[in-house]
Design a binder for this molecule. Structure first.
Ligand code: ZN
Length: 144
């Protein structure tokens, strides 16, 4: 399915660079990323996917504008390889991320608009309550 304004991106953008050509190819090759979800990790955590905001204009991109795959790197790590198309600023955005199983939850590590890795930590509500209760107990029992 060609995206509206797509050919505009080819002419107005830096389509002559190899990177841009690779992004265009990846976008056409891969199915919408949302089809890879939901995924259940070994510890029972369900991955439902994530929202993508354009690094250029900040708008939230619709699911069908994000194409890519989840790659099983190891039993506890899934890598996200995706390309998103923003109709607002007619640009293709490369997305890089990793889901990593942690105890009863998971981390989502991703490269942000600043080019650095960020980590979002997710834990099931019962595990969070347990941690909060333990922290409170430790403060009470701590050195005086
Ligand atoms: Zn944009």
């Amino acid at each position: 399915m060609p995206m509206p304004g797509y050919s505009g991106a080819m002419t107005a953008g830096n389509a002559d660079s190899i990177l841009a050509q690779e992004r265009v190819a990846a976008f056409h090759r891969d199915p919408p990323l949302c089809r890879s979800f939901p995924v259940r990790l070994r510890n029972g955590t369900q991955l439902r996917g994530f929202r993508v905001h354009c690094v250029g204009c900040g708008r939230e991109l619709p699911e069908e504008a994000v194409h890519g795959r989840l790659v099983e790197v190891s039993p506890t790590v899934r890598r996200v390889e995706a390309t998103a198309y923003c109709g607002g600023c007619e640009s293709l955005i490369s997305l890089e991320g990793r889901y990593r199983e942690t105890g009863s939850g998971h981390d989502f590590e991703y490269v942000g608009g600043d080019g650095r890795w960020h980590v979002l930590r997710w834990q099931p509500p019962w595990a969070q309550r347990l941690r909060t209760a333990l922290a409170r107990w430790r403060r009470k029992e701590g050195p005086r």
